[in-house]
Design a binder for this molecule. Structure first.
Ligand code: E4P
Length: 217
């Protein structure tokens, strides 16, 4: 299972990269705005900075919503760095653009996916990644993890190569459940990754080992 961090915060990206388990980064316009990164040039520069920190895939989202605009913007983003994955929304022109990018060998992440039907369409169009937003489904009392299971079944039935990128992950149990179901990737905040470290018996056990060592020295 690949671990992506879902942020545009460079310090957090560095921290996750330093842990040695990071496979990539996802961003979106809201995450950029949260870091105060606004304006096309600043956003482009920020993507370059992220690519300098990590070795894996970096999702960069298009703002255009019409076919020609998505193609133009996506091609510009893809040229920035070979780690860039063009993030395209699950809309009609987005699906057409994903097919275009796929035929050109440009990698894509189909975002804002909330149903198995949308995930099937993204795979048919040749998306590299499909991003079902599990946390946002949970927020409206719908089972986000069940969507991951449905997509896993459908993709396995037909041998689709599109990778399931569980997005809108909010906590460590989402990560563990996604791993059990067989999501290829999860993207979440730094806390969802670092939370995996924690167990009270580890802390108690380590404290005892260190105390016993001191007794004998
Ligand atoms: C996915 O790529 C999105 O950036 C993200 O996971 C959305 O998460 P949120 O629902 O916590 O905003």
């Amino acid at each position: 299972m690949k671990f992506f961090i879902d942020t545009a915060n460079l310090d957090q990206i560095k921290e996750a990269q330093d842990l040695g388990v990071l496979d990539g980064v996802t961003t979106n316009p809201s995450l950029m705005a949260k870091e105060g990164i606004t304006g096309a040039d600043n956003i482009i520069n920020h993507y370059k900075k992220i690519c300098d920190i990590v070795t894996g895939d970096v999702s960069a989202e298009v703002i255009a919503t019409d076919y020609e605009g998505i193609i133009k913007e996506g091609e510009q983003l893809a040229k920035l760095h070979d780690q860039i994955i063009v993030k395209v929304p699950m809309i009609k022109d987005g699906v057409k653009a994903i097919k275009y990018f796929s035929d050109k060998g440009i990698k894509t992440n189909c975002t804002l996916v909330f149903s198995a039907g949308q995930a099937l369409l993204a795979a048919k169009a040749g998306a590299t990644y499909v991003s079902p937003f599990i946390g946002r489904l949970d927020d409206i009392s719908t089972d986000g993890l069940n969507l991951i299971a449905e997509i896993r079944l459908i993709y396995d039935n037909y041998g689709f190569n599109t990778q399931i990128l569980a997005a809108s992950v909010r906590h460590t149990m989402h990560v563990i459940d996604c791993a059990k179901i067989g999501a290829d990737v999860m993207t979440g905040p730094l806390s969802s990754i670092e939370g995996l470290l924690k167990h009270p018996l580890t802390d108690i056990g380590l404290a005892k080992f260190l105390a016993d060592y001191k007794k004998g020295n």
